[in-house]
Write a protein that binds this ligand. Sequence first.
Ligand code: IVH
Length: 677
Amino acid sequence: MTDGIPGSIKQEIEKLVKDLNYHCYRYYVLDSPIISDEDYDRLYFHLKELEEKYRYVLPDSPTQRVGAPPLEKFEKVRHTEPMLSLDNAFSHEDIEEFEKRIKRLLKSDEEIEYTVEPKYDGLAIELSYRNGLLYKASTRGDGYEGEDVTTNVRTIKSVPIKIEEVSGIPREVDIRGEIYMDIEEFEKLNREREGKGEPPFANPRNAAAGSVRQLDSSITSGRKLHLACYGIGAVRGMEFKSQLEFIKWLEKARFPVPAVVKNVKGIDKVLKFVKDIEEKRKSFTFETDGAVVKVNDFGLQRLLGMKTREPRWAIAYKFPAHQGITKIKDIQGSVGRTGVITPFAIFEPVRIGGVTVSRSTLHNWDEMERKDIRIGDTVVVERAGDVIPHVLSVIKDKRTGKEEPFHVPEKCPVCRSTVVREEGEVAVRCIGLNCPAQVQERIKHFASRGAMDIEGLGEKNVELFYSNGLIHNFVDIYKLKKEELLNLPRFAEKSAQNLVEAIEKSKSTTLARFLFALGILHVGEYASKLLAKNFEKIEDLYKISPERIMQIKQMGEKIATSVSDFFDDQKNLKALVDLIEKHGIKITNPDFEGKGRGKKPLDGLTFVITGTLPKPRDEVEKLIESLGGHASYSVSKSTDYVVVGENPGSKLQKAQKFKVKTVSYDELLKIIGKHKS
Ligand code: IVH
């Protein structure tokens, strides 16, 4: 009794914690309690009393789920492994295509094992455990960096605070899952909110996300939220071989897992179970908009790797959702910021799943022609989950003969420039460099939230300024004067002042945001961030070659060429110089992970691996990257070393062709040692 607490009391507290946690698990995870709520409360308050009296509180005590003061803001959390999203499949053919690609990549015709799970429509969460104890819960954010919502997530009773010791505990592990709200609970919450004059949530997903992203954890704790765990991030001190093995471990360790997890061999069975889940869907208490199909074996998953944002080993099959029938009043073409002209349909307004739909994109001209969609047609319109509505099919029986087909326009509907369709591309583009539609879309994009984030410079104001000749490109934004704004119909002193201030504020930005704002073809938010991680300053990109960009893992030729072309263009460079030098745009780069930072031993060196190494390839790649090097897939002149293992592939010949140094695994370790010193 070193701390003055009698041993018997400690034992009693420990037993109470253990029992209460077990009852919590029975109630919230298994949904089959074995004691009454009153008995639970009695034990709970007894524990609380003892804890207070003896000041002996175990970290996994159920009393520790609540009681933190409200936060000022959420701290940022970096995910050790990025949290990916999923590619979508909308038909059996898409799933078959998914399987074909896998077999092609694995160069195998053997039947592959998959798991099929419902796709939960909630908020993705990462739960980080160290030595079995939950120490951090974070949202997905942009995939790399999320928000610290630990205090809130601890209040969710099905989230284990401690991993149950049943079959080993990893020293460190990041467990991923979805926090969601049951449909019934969502409806109840909305009724309550409406009663209180608060706006209702649009769907259970928003309700779950809104409940977790609360600075005051007592709000979260008052909402009935659930968890379903389906994925693993970084792990140390334990190895899982497959999704099924991992799910089984999760279950034993008392984590809630998806309502159904089916393990099947071959794509035909996958399709059968996807159908099964679709049928079961109505009996689920939660909303699901699809099924997730995953390659079961983690080894194969690693081999398949990922695309920019999604893994190649998993896909989400989206179920068809709400449908409605209406008539197409007109079809028109809309011009985007890259000049792509997309057809869209204007409908007689129709209510579908609680929302009025009066227009929808027709995606592209091929699809419009394939579905033979005409002006005047009666069509089935679909809204799947949160996806924007689209025309599912034409009801041809309803045709009267007066319907008019709509063709790819020969001239841009906005600027009358020539329209081109490049070889093999579905997209149709207006080539008018100064096409007002493109220019305005580019400016809107530049000012948008994920880009320069200029509050108040949205769609309407961009159109207003453009039509009044105040801005012709995004550089002009920084030339706007308050007096000029005051001459416009929609502006008064205050609104003009606010906008000028917002523009001023946007001058401090990050490289990732700035690159995204430029609207370089194929360069979205994710690719911009990747570039910012790899290049310290914008100037480093001015004379960049596509090859150098392709050294970055996940950067393909399309993006690389587009970036290099963009910075090759004198007009673009002039715009950049104007922004930075004349208008004082200040670009910082908190994302940069290269040189100056930690001076890592392999900084600036590019490696390509071929053949089998004594250690798993991804482990070696991680090692290289953790030391500042790039692990690339393809050999080029700028590759520094090709690491050759057993049974090397064609990359070895390429290395010889380009006279790139080849080294064995042992030599690689020596290089690491040498560069270290
Ligand atoms: S696996 C590497 N399994 O869907 C992909 N995701 O649209 C990791 N989701 O970000 C996801 N249910 O938030 C997986 N059974 C399930 C899921 C699921 C819902 C969410 C997840 C993901 C999003 C992608």
